[in-house]
Unconditional design. Structure first.
Length: 140
């Protein structure tokens, strides 16, 4: 795992960012007159969380590329996976809840929230770990 970091976190960050902007625009221009103010607020929360975590995922991807510890790269990759999973479950369930009014999607939202929280806890652990700073060449 040492060496080139996987590309999927950066790719997912870009895709989640793109889709988050699209969701925000769709909400502002396509849904506003079709849903209740409470549903609109739910939609905006989903888009906000998606965009915030797309940016965070991009930062984690850059961090991972600067690390030469395979152990730390593993944890950063796990945090990335949890972040993507969290966004899909959290924001995805909120989008579906607004679009379909099917209340069965509601209980999925906290599962996504837990995945997002877990990703942030892992990132905290990585930040506190020895050797988590940008790798520097060994001194001679």
């Amino acid at each position: 795992m040492v060496g080139e970091a996987p590309r999927w976190p950066r790719s997912m960050a870009a895709l989640l960012g793109f889709l988050g902007v699209a969701a925000g625009a769709f909400g502002a221009h396509g849904l506003r007159n079709l849903v209740t103010p409470e549903q609109m607020s739910t939609w905006e929360t989903a888009a906000d969380y998606q965009l915030l975590h797309a940016i965070a995922l991009l930062a984690v991807s850059a961090w991972q590329q600067s690390i030469h510890s395979s152990r730390l790269q593993f944890w950063l990759l796990l945090a990335s996976g949890l972040m993507v999973t969290g966004v899909l479950l959290f924001s995805g369930s909120l989008y579906l809840l607004v679009l379909t009014s099917i209340s069965a999607f509601g209980p999925v939202t906290p599962v996504g929230g837990v995945a997002l929280l877990a990703s942030w806890l892992i990132l905290f652990g990585c930040a506190m770990a020895k050797g988590s700073n940008v790798a520097t060449p060994p001194s001679s």
